[in-house]
Design a protein around this ligand. Sequence first.
Ligand SMILES: C[S@@+](CC[C@H](N)C(=O)[O-])C[C@H]1O[C@@H](n2cnc3c(N)ncnc32)[C@H](O)[C@@H]1O
Length: 197
Amino acid sequence: MNSPWDVRYANQEALYGKEPNAFLAQTLPEFKVGSILLPCDGEGRNGLFAARQGWEVHAFDGSQVGVKTAERWASEAGVKMHCTVCDAFDFVPVQAFDVVGLFYAHMPPDQRAEFHVRAMNWLKPGGTLLLEGFHVDQLQFHSGGPRNESMLFTPEMLAQDFIELDISQNEFLQVSLDEGPLHQGRASVVRFVGTKK
Ligand SMILES: C[S@@+](CC[C@H](N)C(=O)[O-])C[C@H]1O[C@@H](n2cnc3c(N)ncnc32)[C@H](O)[C@@H]1O
C-alpha cells in the first residue's frame, strides 16, 4: 500500500457503497450502449453498473487496493471490466470513448483544469462527458468531499474548463447522498453533461 486511498480502501470495503452514483444510473441508460471510461473509479461501483448494462467498461484509479476490489466485484458479478492502476496524469488510453464519467474526481487546484482537458481528449468526437462532484457550497455540510474549497466545483468553473464541449447540463443542486459511509446526507453538488463537437 502506498497511498492514503489505499489505506482507506483497505480499512473498509464499499466506502462509497456498491450501488452506482444516482446521476450515472439515471443518465447512462439515455445513451446508446458503447464504450465508457471511468477515471478515478475507486472500488468500481460505477464501472460495475455500466458493465451490467452491457457497456464496454474501462476504469482506472491510483489506488491498487481500490482497483483490486473493482476486479473482484466484476468477477463476482460475472461481468468484464478493464481495470488499471494508474495515475490520471500518466493514463494513456488505447482507444477513445463514447462516454467518460467523472464521479467525485476532485484534483488539487493546480491540476484540475489539465485533468479536465485530458478527460475531454479521452472522448470520441460526438462522445459525452458526465460529471458529478461537490460544489464549493458543500463546505457547510459534513456529508463527504474535500474540506478544501479550492478542490471543489462551481458551474462557472466547469463551463470554463469544458469550453470545448456542447454543454447540455451544468447545474448546482442539493441532493441527499446515500453512497456508503463516506457520502451520507444532504450535499451540494454540480451535475454536468457535455458533448464533444
Ligand atoms: C472520492 S473517491 C471516488 C471514487 C469513485 N469515483 C466513486 O465515485 O465511487 C476519489 C478517487 O479518486 C482517486 N484519485 C484521486 N486522485 C487520483 C489521481 N491523480 N489519479 C488516479 N486516481 C486518483 C482516488 O484513489 C479515489 O479512489
